[in-house]
Write a protein that binds this ligand. Structure first.
Ligand code: UT7
Length: 335
């Protein structure tokens, strides 16, 4: 696992990217027939028009394995060459073994060490920073980050306050020493505040509230969120983290070609744009078609923007996220 002599000292960056969203699309009109809501409410309050929903036989690792294979293809890297698989997810296939192990099996990454990472919607950036440090330390050459979420499996389909917000999908990247030009990861800010854990959580099924008839009766196995409180913290915290990450990179806002924010709510994105005094056109947003896919939101958006030719090699990209925990993260990267 020691590093190639040729690439040692090169910055760590994204060598390949891939994504997968399940085929089935659930529209706001369909949701309006399931709970007391409307296309008008969902669109004006969130910007979301539709989301993708996995088949019952698809688990998070199945979505993730497809995204991972696409990322490896795009990097020109063989699965056998992956040293580490990190899987940010809040919808693991099972409590254990890790979803990373299931993905390892599916793609045949025989020599990889595997673990899941729990930082909710901030998981992609937490994992990029983790992978970067493993590579910079010299311990690993090739890290595969696979964000995969089947949020439809933890959403309460009777709760109109949350079920309209989320979707399923997966995005993956290959991290390596970058020999192709871009300066790779330039800075990263990670943060958490466990005092606010109660505002966004899934309380049932863990060691605090093991599964029982009572937890099932109280619908504790579904995601719970105090939306308005989360909204407020998300705007302020993501704005501050974005500023810090830019400062730490030694760049200025003017150097940033694209911002990929966590895709939870168009009003949150607009509020961050206003606070940073940036035009909304600098933000890559696709939440209208996917909803909030937690950790998978940013890599799916990045994959799409790169495939569409919007984000190009050498563009400086700022990613910023916020989620349950609370957790938050921002990262500046030259592709
Ligand atoms: O990914 C992790 C981070 N998560 C987020 O960033 C989510 C942050 N929160 C939000 O995006 C927003 O708070 C929501 C979209 C969840 C809610 O929007 P809001 O503008 O904060 O609405 P609200 O919760 O204050 O509710 C306003 C009204 C309420 O009715 P009353 O009390 O004013 O009569 C709700 O009961 O809207 C009602 N409502 C709905 N009505 C129709 C809540 N959900 C719905 C719905 N359809 N789906």
């Amino acid at each position: 696992m020691s590093q190639d002599a040729t690439s040692a000292g090169q910055p760590v960056g994204i060598a390949g990217i891939g994504a997968y969203v399940p085929e089935r699309i659930l529209t706001n009109a369909e949701l309006s027939a399931m709970v007391d809501t409307s296309d008008e409410w969902i669109t004006t309050r969130t910007g979301i028009r539709e989301r993708h929903i996995a088949r019952p036989d698809q688990a998070a690792s199945d979505l993730g394995a497809i995204a991972a294979t696409r990322a490896l293809e795009s990097a020109g890297v063989k699965a056998e060459d992956v040293d580490l698989i990190v899987v940010p997810t809040i919808t693991p296939d099972m409590v254990f073994p890790s979803t990373a192990c299931f993905i390892q099996k599916a793609i045949g990454a025989k020599k990889a060490a595997c673990f899941d990472l729990e930082a909710a919607c901030s998981g992609f950036i937490f994992a990029l920073e983790t992978g970067r440090r493993f590579i910079e330390s010299g311990a690993m050459n090739t890290v595969l980050v696979v964000c995969t979420e089947k949020l439809s499996s933890i959403v309460d389909w009777q709760d109109r306050g949350t079920c309209v917000l989320f979707g399923d999908g997966a995005g993956a990247v290959v991290l390596r020493r970058n020999t192709a030009g871009g300066r790779g990861i330039l800075s990263a800010i990670l943060g958490s505040d466990g005092n606010l854990a109660h505002l966004l959580s899934l309380p049932g099924g863990g060691s605090r509230n093991p599964t029982s008839e009572e937890t099932l009766r109280n619908r504790m196995h579904f995601l719970k969120m105090e939306g308005r409180e989360v909204f407020k913290h998300a705007v302020n915290t993501m704005t501050a983290a974005a500023r810090k990450a830019i400062e730490q990179s030694g760049l200025s806002l003017a150097d940033i070609a694209w911002i990929i924010p966590h895709q939870a709510n168009m009003r949150i994105v607009q509020a961050i744009a206003d606070k940073l005094d940036l035009p909304i056109e600098k933000f890559y947003v696709n939440l209208e078609r996917y909803g909030n896919m937690s950790a998978a939101s940013i890599p799916v958006a990045l994959d799409e923007a790169v495939r569409l030719g919007k984000i190009k090699k050498k563009d400086v990209v700022l990613m910023v996220a916020f989620g349950g925990g609370f957790t938050w993260a921002a990262l500046v990267l030259e592709l």
